[in-house]
Design a protein around this ligand. Structure first.
Ligand code: FES
Length: 161
């Protein structure tokens, strides 16, 4: 298990203290930890379980149930590609393959350089725009031109250089 730095520990403690005693504290705490650290470390689950009087297994169950929570640090840029039926029949698999190739990243993981995370997701509720991909919260729909998406990724990488 990775060792958290003092700043992350302090952040978690502050979040736990902020929501302790509120209604539905587990999800509130998890939400803020995810937002602040970019993922939910195991130590945070232990602290949340302690503060809320529930088991770590209980907290872990919440983390794994909601797709918004992750137990691994994410890349700087997060790409969600919808693999729902409407997107799938309109070429989501080719889009996913292309993004994995360009970002040098496997599905549902983070590239070695820490720049990109690619997640294959269920229906994003925008089927009329199929195939749909979300990059850093921005929706890209009707993606028929894979090369323009490839270019976009190259530009993002160049900005980081
Ligand atoms: S199937 Fe992709 S948005 Fe619904």
């Amino acid at each position: 298990m990775e060792k958290l730095n003092a700043m992350s520990i302090a952040k978690i403690d502050e979040i736990v203290a902020r929501h302790k005693g509120k209604k539905g504290p587990v999800k509130l705490m998890l939400h803020d930890v995810q937002h602040e650290l970019g993922y939910i470390p195991f130590d945070a689950m232990v602290k949340i379980a302690d503060a809320c009087g529930v088991s770590v297994a209980n907290v872990y169950g919440v983390v794994t149930f909601y797709t918004q929570f992750t137990t691994e640090p994410k890349g700087k840029h997060v790409i969600n590609i919808c693999m729902g039926t409407a997107c799938y029949v309109k070429g989501a698999q080719q889009l996913l393959d292309k993004m994995c190739e360009v970002c040098e990243c496997k599905v549902n993981s983070t590239s070695d350089d820490g720049l990109f995370s690619i997640d294959a997701t269920r229906c994003l509720g925008a089927c009329g725009l199929a195939p749909v991909m979300i990059i850093d919260g921005k929706v890209h729909g009707n993606i028929t031109d894979l090369s323009s998406m490839e270019l976009l990724i190259y530009e993002m990488r160049a900005m980081e250089a």
